[in-house]
Design a protein around this ligand. Structure first.
Ligand code: F6R
Length: 615
């Protein structure tokens, strides 16, 4: 949510910052802006809309060359996405520029105080107050880092701030509380960004800032302090992917690229976690086996697509461990006073590792004495840092706003955790664990096969371009898959889409069925629980009898569904529990194609942002 870049060094600050913003545009694309320091003056440009509007503005009215700069791509919270509300925000004298991600909760009060002192505030944002406060503190201290510390101590809420001042031309200062900010260390240059993708083309050497820290960037190094001014430590790490991983690589969209990368992502997430004998070795899970044996409940918290991964994980965890597992939307979790104690294992699932709802849920759980295991795709992000243990998914950078490969790897991680719990608690024998692990190891190839047969799905999607509603049905683990298919269609194609448990249809939603309504049905394997399969075949007949146009996703060799399928999408046979790993893929392709044919921005759906750092 909002992308931030800062740069100090020998290169053109504008070029570095604009290239960084391009990489961060997934975080917000309501407006964008930059500021550079040139000849002791600040020069800024900002524009509502996507980054391309700012590029046009800069082509028409170029900024002077400078070597210190900051930039921002916005997902609006306070104030509409207009030019005036775009960042950077400047003080009245135009000497300080600031960009911000997050929400300053006491901004109205601070704004009132500033106006009483004669400041003129021209935007509707909460950010602008920071520019004015920094200007005041700088005039007293002549030290931007100190001014930032003083200001941060007065702010309430969650924020990442990056600022520069015309009187300190070779300095950029950043601060973070509950919002992401990483530092890139180059040779005679330094970078600040919401995500390493912004500077990966220049350096892979990074620092993760802790909570309530201020960093001062100069060409010859960085200094980190707490908001209280005491020297502070920031953890150094090396980014383990390169610039090419953050490029489209010949695909029309990041989403298409990321869908295609799923076999590798699944494979990579299994890598190093299975020993030569086929046993699970989750070394990173730093909650001891004895503690895991004590757990009497698992609670999963997550949002959106990650929540759907959690819903599927519940089936695996309860099946493999016989411990009750609850799955809860992170945004609801702490408000209902959940029952948590030291015997509760909380699993927080998040691709970005920055989702504020999930972060707040895990903090609440830890306050109640529960241990938190994070399943996360982003090294150095806040959620794993604040958890007791982490299992990283190795999907690589996911840039498209709609989650695809991260979802599949979250599922793999969930199955691994479920099996691991079963292994340490002794509810699964070694050979049983090894058998599932063997099945998991085959899944990458199965996903590859699905990807090779998607042309009819794309054709079908194109034929539905003018429809308004699509329903999705599933049972057992197919139910969360149906929810995920509906979510993908909503967010990408802007169509009304709903997922239902197929058995629930007759309790109300069946009234929605009318002549020609497309209904996607995820059919469980006929080789699994035959009862489950038979029930869903009856459900398909029920909706078809009422005029639905059925799109049936069923295993190769499942002949029972053939008479009732207007469109049949085949997936390779997999064990019932693992079926979501293959059944989700056609739904991703379906949504992506429908979005494309409807002329929507596939990678950047309207109103959304990749990393949701507000509650
Ligand atoms: C949907 C989607 C979102 C995210 C959700 C959680 O395609 O991507 O629903 O899954 O915002 O994000 P993370 O996983 O970063 O916590």
């Amino acid at each position: 949510m909002c992308g931030i870049v800062g740069y100090v060094g020998p290169q053109s600050a504008l070029d570095v910052v604009m290239a960084g913003l391009k990489r961060l545009e997934y975080r917000g694309y309501d407006s964008a802006g930059v500021a550079v320091l040139a000849d002791g003056q600040l020069a800024a440009a900002k524009k509502a809309g996507k980054l391309v509007n700012l590029e046009k503005e800069l082509a028409e009215r170029p900024l002077p060359a400078g070597w210190t700069g900051i930039g921002h791509t916005r997902w609006a919270t306070h104030g509409a996405p207009t030019d005036a509300n775009a960042h950077p925000h400047l003080d009245n004298a135009g000497r300080v520029a600031v960009v911000h991600n997050g929400i300053i909760e006491n901004f109205a009060e601070l704004r009132g105080e500033l106006m009483e002192r004669g400041h003129e505030l021209t935007s509707e944002t909460d950010t602008e107050v920071v520019a004015h406060l920094l200007a005041e503190e700088f005039s007293a201290t002549a030290d931007l880092a100190e001014a930032m510390r003083l200001v941060c101590r007065r702010l309430k809420g969650a924020f990442t701030l990056v600022a520069m001042h015309a009187d300190e031309p070779d300095v950029v200062v950043g601060a973070r509380r509950n919002s992401p900010l990483v530092v890139g260390i180059g040779d005679g240059e330094a970078f600040l960004a919401s995500d390493v993708a912004a500077f990966i083309a220049h350096t892979r050497s990074a620092l993760e800032l802790g909570q309530d820290q201020v960093v001062e960037l100069r060409r010859d190094g960085v200094t980190v302090t707490g908001f209280d001014g005491r020297p502070a430590e920031a953890r150094a790490f090396t980014v383990d992917w390169d610039a090419a991983a953050a490029e489209k690589g010949g695909y029309a969209s990041f989403m298409l690229k990321e869908i295609a990368e799923q076999p590798k992502a699944v494979f990579d997430t299994l890598l190093g976690r299975i020993d030569a004998e086929g046993n699970l070795t989750l070394d990173e899970v730093r909650i001891s086996a004895s503690e895991l044996r004590e757990m009497d409940k698992v609670v999963i918290v997550a949002c959106g697509t990650a929540f759907h991964a959690g819903l599927i994980a519940k089936y695996a965890i309860e099946h493999f461990t016989r411990i009750p597992c609850e799955v809860e939307l992170a945004s609801e979790f702490r408000y209902r006073d959940p029952i948590l104690d030291a015997q509760t294992l909380v699993i927080a699932i998040s691709q970005s590792g920055e989702t504020m709802d999930t972060l707040m849920a895990l903090r609440h759980a830890r306050e109640q004495g529960s241990k938190v295991l994070a399943i996360c795709n982003t090294n150095g992000s806040t959620i794993p840092r604040e958890s007791d243990a982490v299992l990283y998914t190795h999907a690589g950078p996911e840039v498209a706003v709609a989650s695809t490969k991260a979802f599949l790897t979250q599922l793999v991680a969930c199955y691994l955790v479920a099996l691991y719990l079963g292994q340490v608690r002794g509810t699964k024998w070694g050979d049983e664990v090894r058998a599932v692990v063997r099945d998991l190891a085959q899944i990458g190839d199965a996903v590859e096969r699905v990807l090779g047969t998607m042309e009819p799905v794309r054709q079908l999607a194109r034929s539905l371009a003018d429809r308004n509603t699509v329903l999705f049905l599933g049972r057992h683990v197919g139910y969360p898959v149906a929810l995920e298919g509906a979510l993908k269609l909503k967010e990408l194609a802007y169509m009304h889409a709903e997922g239902f448990a197929a058995g629930e249809l007759k309790h109300g939603p069946i009234a929605l069925i009318e002549e020609g309504l497309p209904v996607v049905v995820v059919v469980p394997s006929p080789r699994g629980r035959s009862l489950l399969h038979d029930k869903i075949v009856s459900n398909i007949q029920e909706i078809r009898a009422r005029g639905a146009r059925t799109i049936v996703i069923a295993e190769e060799g499942d002949e029972a569904v053939v008479p009732y399928a207007d469109h049949l999408v085949r997936i390779p046979p997999t064990p019932t529990l693992l079926q979501p790993l293959v059944a989700t893929v056609p739904l991703q392709v379906f949504a992506c194609e429908l979005a494309t044919v409807r002329g929507n921005a596939v990678d950047q759906p309207r109103n959304l942002a990749k990393s949701v750092t507000v509650e």
